[in-house]
Write a protein that binds this ligand. Sequence first.
Ligand code: PXP
Length: 243
Amino acid sequence: MPTLGVNIDHVATVRQARRTDEPDPVWAAVEAQLAGASCITFHLREDRRHIIDRDVPLLKGVVNVKLNMEMAIAPDVVAIAVETRPDQCCLVPEKREEVTTEGGLDVVKMRDKLKGVVSKLRDVGSVCSAFIEPDPAQIEAAAALGFEVVELWTGGYAHAANPEARVIELEKLDRGIAFAEGCGLRVHGGHGLTYRNIGPVAGLSGFEEFNIGHSIMARAMFVGVRTATAEMVALLDQHGSKE
Ligand code: PXP
């Protein structure tokens, strides 16, 4: 049964719109945990546009489910991860001009740069996850680099233009899961998942965790973080593969 990681970055985005102290993403992490989230995910971006350094030790202190830090390989961010020792570090691509993470990390191209970072993070006890597209070459490279988990980019599925394209993307994810498992990797998924599109992807056998941010926080504006999280947990219980 897949579990839910709630990405709290959007709460910090609202706070940073005014550079004030509310709403606090740490409060959101507590609410999400109370509703049954199995993981709290945050992304400390190089430009600190949402999560800021102050949030990181506070999250480490209050999160008693899995803490997942999304990060690029910027040296100052890696240093904070090493000091914080999150349960899991998910390495993602990052571009300053993007609105959100726009696709998977090119593990093949970045092999040399990633190697040292993965071993540093593993040395402090963090599980390393690579956010990649469901492409065999990327999956194979992630396994060879010592990643233990791959988070497959579900954006292709989420943004598919029509039902036929969506089926093709779902099949790509299904093959990606099988290939990753064959390489000895555990498989997570994330990006663009919503209350409306989670069903079919949750039904694929092999996804252990989904990291979801935008849709949960958008709903939380009206029903609160606790209810929004509980509703997504219920959908995973309903549609999640029992295999
Ligand atoms: N997983 C990763 C690695 C991401 O970068 C993001 C976006 O921050 C998410 C999951 C969540 O995506 P969304 O906000 O579209 O649910």
